[in-house]
Design a protein around this ligand. Structure first.
Ligand code: GLU
Length: 411
């Protein structure tokens, strides 16, 4: 019988993905012992004097999961539901992701429990700098290299990077990636996750039996989902559904992503978008389509809706959107799930290029960056697709098996 009790705990899910993979191909025991828990997990209380003059304490985190392959690497998430278990899961996924991409990086993740929409810009800046004030002794280009994640962007990373330089005197700027171009960021970083998802999809589309022009539904309109919608649209696919955290819209004839973005900016909601049906997030996920792209939070496709999914392929641009129970249901139904640790690895890949450029004092052109991203992610996608067929297992297990074999060689 399937155990459902822990389906909503992302860290339990991440560990379960690991143990499911080693049942298919066994791995070095020492690596499994190392990956059972993070190297270090830190909670920090961050004091901020709010605009009202009162002091408020926020809870921040950094989890340094594993540095076998290089410095800890991973974003910092600002979200009201962020907690240590989520950050641990995300840090373990980063460890697998950097190994899947064969990057010289380990895995880590950070966060602050906060709804950033409720803060003024001054408060947000104080909070971002406050995170660095508490954690800077454990960061550094060769130690731990944070980046943006959900609700964090190049402006927030710019404040953090500046605070870090002020506190330590470090000059390369390689401690934080995802910086703006003026601040030492890399060409192509902002769109890298969405673009990497598209390159991955493009590498396996034919083998997955999908047409040149696919119907696509995207859940989430943040940096990742928003760019993905535009990129798939620009490459001849038909975006039939998009959503934000409140609800979604469906038009079987196709939506223009930039019109949807503009409508949301003007109205604060997708409700009322012309010629489209307004649906719940649940309806959006179970609408018939060729490709479903979850690009929001974890645990969206679970045992409760996996049987209702009518997509022919799922491309995970969010981290952890599909639970292990749902993976089994989808595999049995013949619906491939291109896992997060491959599909959304474009972000950390270009982050690593940024780190390398900063350390070498170089600036690469967008053409060079995107060509490097495309060839490396498509190469890994082909390896993982092929081995899933050879092993008769799902793409997630085969991605984990590839990561574990690379980690084992370096332990
Ligand atoms: N937050 C992104 C991820 O989940 C990017 C991390 C990075 O650039 O280090 O992969």
């Amino acid at each position: 019988m399937t155990t459902l009790i822990n389906e909503s705990n992302p860290f339990t899910n991440a560990l379960s993905q690991l143990s499911r993979a080693i049942k298919v191909v066994s791995s070095n025991d020492d690596i499994i012992k190392r990956l059972a828990s993070p190297d270090r997990e830190i909670k920090a209380s961050i004091p901020v004097i709010m605009d009202s003059g009162t002091l408020q304490i926020f809870e921040g985190y950094r989890v340094q999961y594993c540095n076998i392959l290089g410095p800890y690497k991973g974003g910092i998430r600002f979200h009201p539901d962020t907690n240590i278990d989520e950050v641990k899961a995300l840090a373990l996924w980063m460890t697998i992701k950097t190994a899947v991409m064969d990057l010289p990086m380990g895995g880590g993740k950070g966060g602050i429990t906060i709804d950033p929409k409720k803060l003024s810009k001054t408060e947000l800046e104080k909070l971002s700098r406050g995170w660095v004030q508490k954690l800077y002794p454990i960061l550094g280009p060769n130690v731990d290299v944070p980046a943006p994640d959900m609700n964090t962007n190049s402006e927030i990373i710019g404040w953090m990077s500046d605070e870090y330089k002020n506190l330590t005197g470090e000059k390369t700027g390689a401690t934080f990636t995802g910086k703006s171009l003026d601040d030492g960021g890399s060409e192509g970083r902002t769109q890298a996750t969405g673009l990497g998802g598209f390159y991955t999809f493009d590498a396996i589309r034919e083998q997955a039996g999908l047409p040149i022009s696919c119907k696509v539904i995207i859940q989430g309109m943040g940096n990742v989902g928003g760019y993905a919608a535009q990129i798939f649209h620009d490459n001849g696919h038909i975006i039939i559904g998009m959503s934000d955290s409140k609800g979604g819209i469906i038009n079987p004839l196709g939506l223009n992503p930039s019109e949807v973005e503009n409508y949301k900016k003007e109205n604060g909601t997708l409700a009322g978008f012309p010629n489209a049906k307004y649906v719940t997030n649940e309806e959006l996920l179970t609408t018939e389509t060729d490709v479903l792209i979850p690009a929001a939070l974890e645990n969206q496709i679970t045992h409760t809706n996996a049987n209702e999914i009518k997509a022919k392929l799922i491309l995970e641009l969010a981290n952890g959107p599909t639970t292990p129970e749902a993976d089994d249901i989808l595999f049995a139904r013949g619906i491939p799930v291109v896992p997060d640790v491959l599909a959304n690895a474009g972000g950390v890949t270009v982050s690593t290029f940024e780190w390398e450029q900063n350390l070498k004092g170089e600036h690469w052109s967008e053409v060079v960056v995107l060509e490097k991203l495309k060839s490396s992610i498509q190469n890994q996608a082909q390896i993982i697709w092929k081995s899933s067929k050879e092993l008769n297992t799902d793409l997630r297990r085969s991605a984990f098996i590839l990561a574990l074999s690379r980690l084992s060689k370096k332990i």
